[in-house]
Design a protein around this ligand. Structure first.
Ligand code: MOS
Length: 728
């Protein structure tokens, strides 16, 4: 039976609180872990097909200009070359990101950023195709490009829809007892997923199957169909395992379109794997930002004014701008408020969502501004935050669905030993190192996205779950197995979860930290429906049914499922957002506490200790949730200290386009981090009472590092990353 639930009302009771199975929330090991560590989990580029051809993308060696000719003849005599796809206009543009259905713009041969894919060389082997791609003759005319952000930022166009204002900001700032007015800058960043963008396209019986590496298959399928001029029913995407996404794989990119065009023309399967450099240059990036924050507070430290204005960069016609003030809008009170985003048009790689778009860089500014304000006021930074937690959303007056921010701050501070801190900078020295501590709040909006899943329960006490949700390393397989096992009374090992295939019911996909709660709720609803069906067969009320260890029990009667079911039962559950997200502010919250050492001679920063406390509704799997937060904190440390995608202002080329030069933190950069979750339930969010967690860990994390650096050595660096040259 198909069932759906629109979240127009709070859910009175979650079945997860009544089954007593004690499976959900447990730190269950990843069910697909053995496949991954044994190398048998098949990633998209690893499928084998007879007659498989290999495509290598040709990248534009200029940042702005026109490709006049791509001379296929220049390489056609090389061994193993099959063809060159030169009517590259089908995949020249960078495709739309996110959930847009719109395809990349067609018919353009103008290069709009350095490294843009302009052709695909197809060969019998990868080596042949690569050789061809290196040798092919391009006739092109470079044009003057817009590559210098600093020189152009005065031309930033305000994005009208982003403007939110309340009260008289100038008057509030003028009347404030203490104010902060400063600019923070964050650099361009790249998602840096381990697995590159890679795909195999197979064209058969007028249908395209893409084995691809993407996060949100339902919308990716629409994009791909649109790009190729196919109907969505003619396109299937399979992504059983995805080696990281971090936003870079939300929308489709050139490798899949190129592979598909080649496969359709040649009638043979074609594989295209981007090089690391191509991933960096030709997928998406996070824009650099320039953020001006103004705060005003009264003598007791109550905020009276909050302004957060952000300038970001993007290509012409791309409307995305990093929503850096996302959590600033609701995290703290203050009557006078202003939020605005402006875009500078640049001929540089498309800016789009990456790892907590908004909060990740917005809180690098806000939470340092709060640290500076606390110092100005002579207040403890934790106390300042506690004082400014608003009763309701400061602008629209909505209540919060659930919010344990104060508890995170208080418990986090206590366990970290925050009270031992000396608020004066540069007071603690150990050998060559200045030692300091810092903290920051964490906040990240919670979202629910329409999501469907099918659950089949067989009489032998096994179940199969199918949804097109992806597992991008987050634990989707495991969480959905736990929810099913819990609700159907089965061991986790009796549940098979099948993901990452558009033949399955469409899900939210993995993005915006909404995957687990959205897809998990659809599985919940399907299981609830199956429970009702079993209860009906037994002639009892669903609430009297206990499913456990493959048995159905009511009262003193206990029967195995195979005695009750004559065949498999199937249900499709669908969850949809409703009024609960219009009536309540929904977000996860937390607090980061960090200790750093700053080398007195070199300025080198080492994170010595970091402890973060989060509350995000029910935790669905303590182990995978912890890993999500650990990953977020690592990226927060990277944002604070190392990550910096550099664009050459002369030609727009990305200078550090690989993981040797683009520095995400490695093991040696990271001490043992500690993650703690507080008990929380959110009945307004979904029937699981869970909130998103993937991106909460990064939100605020880097600011705690920056504030610790200031406490250690007395230098405020507002230009991220805080590399050693800025400290000495
Ligand atoms: Mo996330 S940036 O929505 O993958």
């Amino acid at each position: 039976m198909d069932v759906s639930l629109k979240m127009d009302e709070p859910v009175a009771e979650s079945l997860l609180d009544t089954t007593n199975q004690n499976i959900v929330s447990q730190p269950v090991d990843r069910v697909e872990g053995p496949l991954k560590v044994s190398g048998t989990a098949r990633y998209s580029a690893e499928y084998k097909f007879p007659g498989l051809l290999h495509g290598v993308l040709v990248s534009a060696p200029m940042g702005k200009g026109r490709i006049l000719k791509i001379d296929a003849g220049s390489i056609e005599k090389l061994p193993g070359i099959v063809t060159v796809i030169t009517d590259y206009d089908t995949f020249l543009r960078n495709p739309a990101q996110g959930q847009d259905e719109e395809a990349p713009e067609q018919g353009v041969r103008d290069v709009s950023y350095f490294g843009q894919p302009v052709a695909l060389v197809v060969g019998e082997s990868f080596e042949a195709a690569r050789h061809g791609a290196q040798r092919i003759a391009l006739d092109m005319r470079p044009d003057e490009g817009r590559f210098d952000f600093a020189a152009r930022k005065h031309m930033a166009e305000p994005k009208k829809r982003s403007r939110k204002a309340q009260g008289d900001l100038d008057a509030a700032l003028a009347a404030a007892h203490a104010t902060i007015d400063a600019i923070w800058t964050t650099p361009s960043q790249t998602s840096a997923a381990m697995e590159p963008h890679a795909g195999i396209a197979v064209w058969e019986d007028n249908k395209l199957t893409l084995y691809g590496s993407y996060q949100m298959l339902a919308s990716d399928r629409l994009q791909l169909a649109d790009a190729l001029g196919l109907k969505p029913e003619q396109v299937r995407i399979v992504a059983r395992y995805v080696g990281g996404g971090f936003g870079g794989k939300l929308g489709i990119s050139a490798e899949s379109v190129a592979a598909a065009v080649a496969a359709m023309r040649l009638n043979r399967p074609v594989r295209v794997v981007m090089t690391r450099q191509q991933v960096t240059e030709a997928t998406v990036r996070r824009s650099n930002t320039e953020q001006r924050i103004r705060l005003g507070a009264d003598a007791e430290g109550r905020l009276t004014a909050v302004a957060h204005e952000t300038i970001t960069a993007n290509l012409d016609r791309s409307s995305f701008s990093e929503p850096a003030s996302a959590s600033t809008q609701f995290l703290y009170g203050g009557q006078a408020r202003l939020f605005l985003n402006s875009i500078v048009r640049m001929d540089q790689l498309l800016s789009a969502s990456m790892r907590a778009p908004g909060e990740a860089v917005g809180m690098l500014a806000l939470e340092c501004a709060m640290d500076e304000l606390a110092e100005t006021l002579g207040m403890d930074p934790v106390a300042l935050r506690l004082r400014n937690i608003p009763a309701r959303h400061p602008m629209d007056g909505l209540p919060f669905s659930s919010r344990s921010l104060a508890e995170c701050l208080e418990i986090g501070a206590r366990d970290f030993g925050w009270s031992d801190r000396d608020p004066r900078p540069a007071q603690r020295r150990e050998g060559d190192w200045w030692i300091g501590v810092g903290m920051a709040a964490a906040a990240r909006s919670n979202m629910l996205i329409k999501s469907s899943a099918r659950v089949m329960l067989a009489p032998d006490g096994t179940a199969v779950v199918e949804t097109d949700l992806t597992d991008i390393g987050t634990g989707s397989y495991t969480i959905l197995a736990q929810i099913t096992a819990e609700l159907l009374g089965l061991p986790v090992s009796s549940v098979e979860v099948r993901l990452g295939d558009t033949d399955f019911p469409p899900s939210s996909g993995s993005g915006g930290s909404f995957g687990a709660a959205s897809a998990g709720s659809s599985v919940y609803l399907a299981c609830e429906s199956l429970r009702q069906e079993i209860a009906e067969k037994l002639g009892i009320a669903p609430k009297d049914l206990v499913l456990t260890e493959g048995m159905a029990r009511h009262g003193n009667v206990s029967r195995p499922l195979h005695e009750i079911l004559s065949g498999p039962l199937t249900a499709i559950g669908t969850i949809e957002p409703g009024e609960m997200e219009e009536k309540f502010v929904q977000a996860g919250f937390g607090a980061h506490f960090c200790e750093v050492g700053v080398n007195a001679h070199s300025g080198e920063v080492r994170v010595r200790r970091m402890e973060s406390t989060f509350a995000a509704g029910r935790i669905l799997n303590e182990k995978t949730a912890t890993s999500q937060c650990l990953g977020g904190m690592v990226f927060g440390i990277g944002a604070a200290l190392t990550e910096d995608l550099m664009h050459d202002p002369r030609n727009g080329a990305i200078v550090n386009h690989d993981l040797a030069e683009y520095h995400v933190p490695v093991n040696a950069d990271i001490p043992a981090l500690k993650v703690r979750f507080l008990e929380e339930r959110d009945e307004k969010a979904n029937p699981l009472f869970a909130k998103g967690i993937g991106e909460l860990g990064i939100s605020g994390a880097g600011a705690a590092v920056a504030n610790a650096i200031y406490n250690a050595c007395g230098v405020r660096v507002r230009d991220y990353p805080i590399t050693l040259d800025k400290l000495i």
